[in-house]
Write a new protein. Structure first.
Length: 174
């Protein structure tokens, strides 16, 4: 049973996270970079690894493994950063995502994509666009715009603001 809203052949970039194959719509992928050092930003959620400089622009980098409750991404020769466009409150922004490795660009016909599994009401699966099938193996198709909440991503865009002092702040007399 194919997904009704998917009526045309789609191209997806496939990548690995903890021995599972994931994919995102190629239209949202800007480029794939070799792993580069990520600058940590204080007070960000664990899955927000920091930022990188991309041709003079600041791009936040997330660790999808941490977001999906897996062990953190380890740096290997295959580790890369997928630069993609995501929609945040109606605006397009760049976001980097760590991946264990990038596999290929894959064409999937509508009849090769099944709906996301319904696993009761307690588990969120709304960020899974569907389950692609290739050679009897499943590929988890992500709706990258739904993986992160707007609040999570808006917080990343506002990293240039100094944090508000919390109750733990100590005032130093001069």
């Amino acid at each position: 049973m194919a997904i009704e809203e998917i009526t045309e052949t789609g191209q997806y970039l496939t990548f690995m996270l903890d021995e599972e194959t994931y994919a995102i719509d190629i239209k949202q992928v800007r480029e794939v970079l070799d792993f580069t050092e990520v600058t940590r930003v204080p007070r960000m959620p664990d899955f927000m690894r920091g930022v990188i400089n991309l041709r003079g622009g600041v791009v936040p980098v997330v660790d999808l493994r941490l977001k999906f409750a897996m062990p953190a991404t380890e740096k290997t020769v295959d580790t890369c950063i997928i630069i993609m466009e995501v929609i945040i409150d109606g605006n397009t922004a760049l976001l980097g995502a760590l991946a264990d490795s990038v596999q290929e660009v894959l064409d999937l016909e509508p009849d090769q994509i099944e709906p996301a599994p319904k696993i009761g009401t307690r588990l969120r699966t709304d960020f899974i666009r569907g389950m692609g099938k290739k050679n009897e193996e499943f590929i988890i198709l992500l709706d990258i715009d739904r993986v992160f909440s707007a609040e999570e991503l808006l917080g990343v865009q506002e990293t240039d603001k100094p944090p508000e002092p919390g109750p733990e702040a100590i005032e130093i007399a001069t």
